[in-house]
Design a protein around this ligand. Structure first.
Ligand SMILES: [Zn+2]
Length: 202
């Protein structure tokens, strides 16, 4: 397995190809590559990203089958099932890098800002309310008063929420903590721009 720095470099190179529309990964997918990877996998990076239809990690980083272990959920939150999935990949495949990737104009962050601004009026769905409540602590400090600029809060909320998910991964997972201590794992944050296709690492 490659190092976390090499993994990060591969992602940056792949994102540059995506920005330049010079795709390489999908060209290499054919029947023989599918069958060659059927028995096992060794993904070099784990991406915790948003479920948003415009943020597919394999395309954004121009990576093929078996390269990325991708966990996607609205608002790229780190709840138990996301943490468990990431622990599984780290322990089973020795994957050295986790990227928590938020994105501009995130519907989950926007909904949370609107939810907080209204004063905690719950959604009809308990599941949706639970999701928004997980993002709320990241947004709350940015909403300083009634006159806060909500567009700005929605923008700043993206990186604040990425940082919270990074902390949750460490704080709620002794497995990931141990992997970081042993220098087998690095967790980094990133923000993807829907407008330009560029991923900025935080
Ligand atoms: Zn989103």
């Amino acid at each position: 397995m490659i190092s976390s720095q090499e993994a990060l470099a591969k992602l940056k190179q792949g994102n540059q190809r995506f920005v330049d529309c010079q795709f390489k990964a999908t060209e290499q997918i054919d029947q023989s590559s599918r069958s060659a990877k059927a028995a096992s996998q060794a993904p070099f990076a784990i991406i915790l990203g948003c479920a948003d239809s415009r943020t597919p990690a394999e395309l954004i980083f121009d990576q093929g089958l078996g390269e990325l272990f991708v966990v996607r959920v609205a608002g790229n939150i780190a709840a138990a099932s996301q943490i468990g999935s990431i622990e599984y990949a780290v322990e089973s495949f020795g994957t050295p890098l986790v990227v928590v990737m938020g994105h501009t104009n995130c519907g989950a962050v926007n909904a949370t800002v609107d939810f907080m601004a209204k004063g905690d009026v719950p959604f009809e769905s308990d599941s949706l309310t639970a999701l928004v409540k997980r993002i709320a602590p990241s947004v709350q400090p940015l909403l300083k008063n009634d006159n806060s600029n909500h567009a700005e809060v929605k923008q700043l909320g993206v990186s604040a929420n990425v940082k919270t998910s990074m902390q949750d991964l460490v704080n709620e997972s002794p497995v990931l903590q141990k992997a970081i201590e042993d220098e087998r794992l690095q967790i980094v944050g990133a923000e993807y721009s829907l407008e330009t296709g560029e991923v900025k690492f935080l």
